[in-house]
Design a protein around this ligand. Structure first.
Ligand code: F6R
Length: 589
């Protein structure tokens, strides 16, 4: 999603803005730009495509500037739609969506103002200029009062060469002081060197001028505490790997090992264990891959703790009418901790009385400020847009949660199998290379189907999502039993079907579905932990998983599926780290 950066200080702004924009690249974007303020003039440089295209902007002179990576929502990715947007005395960068921009634009146009882009954001620069009768903060307040939707803003006024202004509502914004000047940014890692960091809350404004940072709300100036960072941001490089995605897959065993929590014996969780004792219902809200980890967790929690679990896509939950009964614990699962829909769902659950528990890989993210309890996955920073190790880490943590919940409810829960998972993941990784040979076949497929039953269904969903994201092949994941209720009509000679089979009680039933696919000419790739099925005539290619406690198996079976997506993306000539149209951090709904 869009990334924002702003700098004011003694150094040249342009090189700093470009460095920080590089750090925001992981969020996903399709154009980028910067504006630098020098002698009452804005120098602007925008490009469609990568931040690297802004190299020429390095020469822009000025010590105050703003920059932006844009993920198109209103208007195509293009130079004219890229930020910063300028009007009158103002330059603005915006992350979020202005829902009433059409009406506001009409008002501006009725005054004779002309727009140069198709974006919703440009209207902000127009309003600022309109409301400015001398005081920028008043103009900013009046402008924000007109906006419906979400925004994080960094603003410059043409004749204020030493000042930056910022405002936030429902989109993250951080303010920082470094050795060389003052910064605003969409996230902490972008301005990692800043010794002092502050997180703007909804409805707050900031003025950064010379050496001073001031914070305001509607009613006037406010004090603000520095953020207490639980970790310092890291910037991993590719470490010799061709792509971040593959590197991050190789880090799965460590991510699992570090994300297993022993709730019973760790004194930091004593209050949490009391909550678990009183938990009668579990809800899980999340999006995308994190939602799939919720589905896997449901199988485990219901089986081990005998507590009902409802898993809901966060964008549906937030606009639904969720029922929170006494004893409801809502897990909000989000790798980035910044996904707008998950944040809103967590907030709604909290307002309705649930105990909200954030499961996130980002220690200082927005979700940690909403939740009553925070459980951190320890996957390390994930750069590739497609989630891999963070998913395995979520499963490790949610499985730990499930066994702890079971124990607190007086059920016997065997944790020991959890501890073997990192080694089993290592073994699984060593078995996926043969999929490289299969990838060219997948690369030319029209569509690919993934099937599985029980916990394997979750792996089917995630395998399909990974393939879609980075290979751009149409794909669906189904419960194996659903195949003949419609999808089988799509299977004919050569259709690839991936079957996941790790649940003993339903193994034969999944094999029935495999036979039905085979009978219609489909080509089956089998991912199984049962060696006896690998030699069956219906199976074209198989990956044998190491033996593992069945309810934990998605944490292993997903690894070959991630690898299949990776190899297929390469075979199709795609960059697996930067899939088109997608963002790592989905900060707008
Ligand atoms: C898939 C993927 C997305 C995210 C989803 C939620 O590879 O990365 O589906 O899982 O956007 O993101 P988080 O977990 O940051 O809330």
């Amino acid at each position: 999603m869009c990334g924002i950066i702003g700098y004011t200080g003694k150094a040249q702004a342009a090189p700093k803005l470009l460095l920080c924009l590089k750090r925001l690249e992981y969020r996903g974007y399709d154009s980028a730009g910067i504006a630098v303020l020098c002698e009452d003039n804005f120098s602007v440089y925008k490009r469609k495509g990568r931040v690297d295209e802004l190299e020429g902007a390095k020469a822009l002179s000025g010590t105050t500037g703003i920059g932006h990576t844009r993920w198109a929502t209103h208007g195509e990715p293009s130079e004219k739609n890229a930020h910063p947007h300028l009007y009158g005395r103002y330059a603005v960068v915006h992350n979020g969506i202005i829902e009433n921009y059409r009406q506001l634009k009409e008002e501006c146009e009725a005054r004779g103002e002309r727009f140069t882009s198709e974006t919703d954001s440009e209207v902000i620069a127009h309003l600022l200029d309109f409301y400015d009768e001398g005081d920028v903060l008043t103009a900013l307040r009046k402008t924000c009062a007109r906006l419906i939707g979400s925004y994080a803003l960094a603003v410059m006024r043409r004749d204020r060469a030493d000042a930056l202004y910022a405002a936030r509502r429902k989109s993250p914004l951080i303010v920082g002081r470094g050795n060389d000047g003052l910064y605003v940014a969409s996230d902490v890692p972008a301005i990692a060197e800043c010794g002092e960091l502050y997180s703007l809350a909804d409805g707050e404004f900031a003025l950064l001028q010379q050496d001073t940072i001031k914070f305001f709300r509607e009613e006037g100036e406010i004090g603000k505490e520095q953020m207490k960072l639980t970790s310092r941001a890291e910037f991993p490089d590719k470490g010799g790997y061709a792509h971040y995605m593959w590197k991050e897959m190789c880090e799965i065993p460590a991510a699992i090992a570090h994300s297993i929590i022993n709730f019973d014996s760790d004194p930091r969780f004593s209050a949490f264990n009391i909550v678990l004792c009183h938990t009668k219902y579990v809800q899980i809200v999340a999006c995308g891959t994190a939602y799939h980890s919720g589905i896997a967790a449901k199988y485990l929690i219901e089986r081990a703790a005998r507590i009902p679990v409802e898993v809901t896509v966060a964008s549906e939950y937030r606009y639904g009418d969720p029922i929170i009964r006494e004893g409801t614990l809502t897990l909000a699962v989000s790798q980035s901790g910044e996904t707008a829909d998950t944040l809103a769902a967590a907030q709604l659950a909290k307002e309705r009385g649930a105990t909200v528990v954030a499961v996130t890989n980002a220690p200082d993210s927005s979700i940690t400020r909403i939740a009553h309890f925070v459980l951190l996955t320890q996957a390390g920073r994930e750069i590739a847009v497609a989630a891999t190790k963070s998913f395995n880490a979520q499963l490790a943590l949610l499985y730990s949660f499930g066994t702890a919940l079971a124990a607190q409810q007086g059920k016997t829960a065997d944790r020991s199998a959890l501890l073997s998972l990192p080694a089993l993941a290592e073994q699984t990784l060593s078995r996926v290379e043969k999929l490289k040979m299969t990838a060219p076949f997948y690369a030319q497929a029209r569509s690919v189907y993934f099937i599985g039953r029980g916990a394997d269904y979750c792996a089917a969903l995630e395998g399909s999502l990974k393939l879609k994201e980075i290979s751009y092949l149409p794909s669906e994941g189904y419960p194996a039993g659903e195949l003949k209720h419609g999808t089988l009509a799509l299977v004919d000679e050569g259709t690839p079907v991936v079957a996941i089979l790790t649940q003993r009680a339903v193994a034969e039933k999944t094999m029935n579905a495999v036979s039905e696919v085979y009978a219609r000419g489909g080509k089956v790739l089998l991912i199984t932990s049962f060696p006896e099925y690998t030699a069956r005539k219906e199976v074209s290619v198989s990956i044998l998983l190491p033996a593992c406690e069945e309810l934990y198996s998605p944490i292993l079976s997903v690894i070959p599926l991630q690898a299949l997506a990776y190899y297929t993306a390469l075979a199709r000539g795609n960059d697996p780290d930067k899939p088109r149209n997608l963002a790592k951090s989905v900060t707008v709904e």
